[in-house]
Design a protein around this ligand. Structure first.
Ligand SMILES: NC(=O)c1ccc[n+]([C@@H]2O[C@H](COP(=O)([O-])OP(=O)(O)OC[C@H]3O[C@@H](n4cnc5c(N)ncnc54)[C@H](O)[C@@H]3O)[C@@H](O)[C@H]2O)c1
Length: 361
């Protein structure tokens, strides 16, 4: 039976789990029945808690509940916060059937997942994503972790959630830049694997810009279906899952060069996808018109599509050469041949990337 747009499954055998998408889910969905034990730790942040924490707490009945509200932002995704959350579980004497609930964006989700992965070597974990990026990307797939001073996401574990509850009503309070940044990842799924979805996004760009509920459910569900499919086929990124990095090698270099926080991840990915499409054209893989079409769509969705002034091509290139996906010093990038068709390409010449960064035709 095909999944409805509002209910999907991530097919991972005994670890399969549901993704639910729609309005009113925090207050109305039957998600509390998915919790097995008595102990629940809710992790959230200061921007999310005032709006949504009470409705989640109200559904937990007589369970033993601890809540930790973090300051917002990437800087909180640390070992120190991780240790504090584990201390909360210890204080409440949480047992092996405890559940960690992540109520927030990708920062809260990644941190909570890592806490759940480590407490007693792994307890249940429910993702309640409240950013568009978390709904379409970080809450699905089980990558968890924290940052070190030496770099982002350097410590972590694969630990799948037991459920993802994406209540689109929470997006009403998301700041516009954060919302647009999430849309970049939505566009990515069309770009790498679904030309029809890319055309749908072109047709519904205005509705998405206006945060129309039906368009959002459709866009999130389609994105999650793609991510869930990739994760089910390649959970540990041995192959296909790497395609999800389309635009990300350029994007990570841009983010790092800008200084974390100046360019949002999704904004950097939007620029990165346009650059990856241009590189594809330069290497003879794809027509230039496709890249221009992608840039037009991203711009309509409120995203940047060109390098902001002041970026140095050689410094960006040097950062890209440090990317952990490279093998034996040869650059590995995700390129496309046309919308909906991307591939991993090894041994890309640095000179070609440099030309693209310099805006040479
Ligand atoms: N695990 C994965 O597979 C994966 C994939 C992509 C990204 N990530 C990680 O996700 C993180 C980025 O996630 P993000 O973009 O969601 O950032 P975020 O969690 O920092 O949230 C962005 C901002 O929006 C605020 N916010 C969240 N929900 C809100 C709401 N409903 N209303 C008002 N404000 C709200 C937050 O407080 C924060 O200030 C990064 O750490 C990245 O490494 C993980």
């Amino acid at each position: 039976m095909p999944d409805s747009p509002r209910r999907l499954e991530v097919e991972l055998g005994a670890r399969r789990y549901p993704i639910r998408i729609g309005p009113g889910l925090l207050a109305e969905d039957d998600w509390p029945t998915l919790l097995r034990g008595r102990h629940v730790l809710i992790l959230t942040d200061e921007n999310v808690a005032p709006h949504y924490l009470a409705q989640v707490q109200a559904r937990l009945g007589d369970r033993s509940v601890a809540t930790r509200i973090l300051p917002p932002g990437e800087r909180e995704k640390t070992l120190a916060r991780f240790a504090e959350a584990l201390a909360d579980l210890a204080t409440m004497k949480a047992s092996r059937d405890a559940t960690v609930i992540a109520l927030g964006g990708g920062v809260v989700g990644d941190l909570s997942g890592f806490v759940a992965a480590c407490w007693m070597r792994g307890v249940a974990f429910v993702q309640m994503p409240t950013t568009l990026l978390a709904m379409v990307d970080s809450s699905v797939g089980g990558k968890t972790g924290v940052n070190l001073a030496a770099g982002k996401n350097l410590i972590g574990a694969f630990h799948q959630p037991n459920a993802v509850i994406a209540d689109i009503d929470t997006l009403a309070t998301l700041p516009p830049r954060e919302y647009a940044a999430g849309i970049a990842e939505v566009v990515k799924y069309g770009a790498i694997g679904d030309a029809a979805f890319l055309a749908w996004l072109e047709a519904h760009a205005d509705a998405l810009g206006a945060r129309d509920g039906d368009a959002l459910v459709q866009a999130i569900a389609t994105s999650c279906r793609h991510k869930a499919g990739v994760v089910a086929r390649d959970e540990r990124e041995q192959g296909e899952r790497a395609l999800l990095n389309f635009g990300h090698t350029f994007g990570h270099a841009l983010e790092a060069e800008a200084g974390y926080g100046r360019l949002l991840h999704g904004e950097a990915v939007a620029i990165g996808m346009v650059l990856a499409a241009r590189l594809s054209t330069r290497l003879g893989h794809a027509p230039a018109e496709d890249g221009e079409r992608l840039a037009t769509l991203l711009a309509r969705l409120g995203l940047p599509t060109a390098l902001p002034p002041g970026f140095d091509a050689d410094r960006l290139l040097a950062r890209m050469q440090l990317d952990k996906k490279n093998q034996s010093g040869r650059l590995r990038l995700i390129l496309w041949s046309r919308p909906g068709s991307a591939a991993i390409v090894d041994g890309v010449e640095a000179a070609a990337i440099r030309d693209v960064l310099l805006g040479k035709p």
